[in-house]
Ligand binder design. Structure first.
Ligand code: TXA
Ligand code: MG
Length: 343
């Protein structure tokens, strides 16, 4: 396994590996992806194996420009109303952290979509990702480049620590800017459904296309069926994005009641919350106090969420207490990840 900084040369090399049926990790603006040629079923098997990912959990197919959308989805199956919403969404949020679930093009192998007749598709904003996808033929399937269920990778080093030699090349494009996965929106049913909170907040989507059903609930059990016969939201298992260290979430209102313990790490949403906690005990107590965004900026908090959880996990403490973000905008995605990380 080699980590190569993004350059024209390394992009060509990585694209070559993809075209030869190999798998490589690459940066996107959300998290690092583990890519394979979406048309190559054997390469897709390698992705599932490297991640230890169950085959019922379908992949997102990444494209490099809107012109290649019809390589991945079957536009002829869409109603006029769905097309209208599709083009509104892509016009406003692509390239960017929004994945759309649509009827699949018949050339996409069943393993990519876990046998569903729909596929998730996304045009990432990261320029290196776009170049790589283009050089590799235009359609790259990529889940997040982490072992299944573990914390998502927002740096090349997270990928190395998680997957090691299971991947030949890791393209290093620095820290992911958004830091949290794409929003997954299902346009394949009559009513649009939000399957995963992510980089594009639900409020922004609703402002553009009207109300959407929130089907991202943490209680969604894998056996629940969606109207089109598949799992309700295959990737939305209760335990996901989890550090090895047990984690408990708390709300701002619960700061007063937090236990004061050594061998524990506390992650606050902002400085004000940390100060509130500190005011409860003698200042010479050396607790392990961390803050996601000192000023309480939600985008900043999202961008460093996984990086911070990776660091907290490496401390070797017995438990992490993590504060929930305000439940609005990107805060909904942060809270979704924290709830799934908790046990
Ligand atoms: O930001 C992202 O989306 C990152 C980067 C690499 O693009 N990728 C990512 O992929 O998060 P992954 O595999 O970790 O998550 C894909 C999610 C899963 O929850 C999966 O169940 C859902 O998308 N998904 C994919 N295809 C679907 C389909 N046809 N129907 C419903 N959900 C689908
Ligand atoms: Mg993932």
């Amino acid at each position: 396994m080699e980590i190569l900084p993004v350059s024209d040369e390394s992009l060509k090399k990585a694209a070559q590996v993809l075209q030869n049926g190999g798998i490589i990790a690459f940066p996107t603006e959300t998290v690092y992806g583990l890519g394979a040629d979406a048309y190559n079923a054997d390469a897709l098997v390698k992705v599932f194996e490297a991640k230890g990912r169950p085959r019922f959990d379908p992949l997102i197919i990444h494209i490099c420009n809107i012109g290649t959308l019809d390589k991945v989805i079957d536009l002829s199956q869409l109603s006029e109303e769905t097309k209208r919403k599709l083009y509104l969404l892509t016009g406003n949020f692509w390239p960017g952290p929004l994945s759309l679930v649509l009827p699949k093009n018949e050339n996409i192998p069943a393993i990519a979509t876990a046998g569903l007749n729909t596929t998730a598709v996304r045009l990432p904003a990261n320029k290196a990702a776009q170049k790589l996808i283009k050089l590799a033929g235009g359609v790259v399937a990529a889940p997040s480049a982490n072992p299944f269920g573990a914390l998502s990778p927002t740096t090349a080093h997270h990928v190395k620590d998680g997957l090691g030699d299971k991947v030949d090349i890791i393209l290093d494009g620095g820290a992911a800017l958004v830091g949290i996965e794409s929003t997954v929106l299902d346009l394949s049913c009559e009513q649009v459904r939000l399957l995963r909170h992510g980089g594009i907040p639900k409020e922004k989507i609703e402002k553009l296309i009207g109300a959407v059903i929130d089907a991202s609930a943490i209680t969604a059990a894998p056996e629940e069926k969606s109207p089109n016969g598949g799992l309700a939201s295959p990737g939305q298992l209760k335990s996901h994005y989890a550090p090895r260290t047990p984690l408990t979430v708390f709300a701002k209102e619960e700061i007063q009641n937090l236990p004061h313990k050594e061998n524990t790490a506390y992650l606050f949403f902002d400085n004000a919350s940390r100060e509130q906690f500190k005011s409860n005990f003698e200042s010479d107590n050396q607790y392990n106090l961390w803050v996601l965004s000192s000023s309480g900026n939600i985008s900043e908090a999202a961008a460093c969420l996984f990086e911070t959880l990776h660091k907290l996990d490496a401390l070797g403490v017995q438990r992490i207490f993590a504060q929930l973000a305000p439940q609005k905008g990107l805060g909904s995605a942060i809270n979704d990840r924290l709830m799934r990380a908790s046990r």
